[in-house]
Design a protein around this ligand. Structure first.
Ligand SMILES: Nc1ncnc2c1ncn2[C@@H]1O[C@H](COP(=O)(O)OP(=O)(O)OP(=O)(O)O)[C@@H](O)[C@H]1O
Ligand SMILES: [Mg+2]
Length: 149
């Protein structure tokens, strides 16, 4: 469990997790859960910095996903499943995207597409605690990951 006390802290957490992932893994799916304003996009902005992506990250709510080229030939796919169904996601070629070993996929509103999430993934649950505080819980299929850094 991580408590973030500001949006810049949440960005910093995203950046650290990205650096660790880019160093240690090929592709990965990171499923974000949590309500409106709980800090998911803020986290992704930091994550993109950790992948040395210079472009500004904006919420892909209306376009469903955006892709960005990062370091080590990695591509970041940033999905927002707020207004889509599993079927629509699959029709966008989601399976091929997650099967590509060079892709790192982060999905906001994973609650909405649970059925198509691969078993091999990292889940991050965001919870609004107070105006500036958010709680993050990072898990994989074996349970809570304590030492993500
Ligand atoms: N500790 C914190 N971590 C993240 N964001 C914070 C924090 N404290 C305040 N905020 C503010 O909360 C808002 C979080 O918005 P953000 O867009 O990241 O949420 P979201 O989970 O992506 O929401 P949505 O479901 O609408 O996409 C921002 O305005 C941010 O500045
Ligand atoms: Mg968002």
């Amino acid at each position: 469990m991580i408590i973030s006390s500001s949006s810049s802290k949440t960005r910093e957490i995203g950046k650290k997790i990205a650096k660790k992932i880019v160093k240690n893994r090929n592709s990965i799916v990171i499923a974000l859960f949590g309500n409106l304003g709980s800090g998911k996009t803020t986290f992704v902005k930091g994550f993109a910095k950790g992948m040395k992506i210079e472009e500004e990250i904006t919420s892909p709510t209306f376009v469903i996903y955006k892709k960005y080229g990062g370091i080590k030939g990695k591509t970041l796919y940033h999905f927002d499943a707020y207004r889509i169904t599993e079927r629509e996601l699959l029709s966008l070629g989601f399976k091929n995207i997650i099967d590509n070993r060079d892709n790192i996929i982060i999905i906001e509103w994973s609650e909405n597409i649970k059925e198509v999430l691969p078993e091999e993934r990292i889940d991050i649950e965001f919870k609004f605690l107070s105006e500036k505080e958010r709680r993050l819980i990072v898990k994989d299929k074996n349970g809570i990951i304590g030492n993500i850094f």
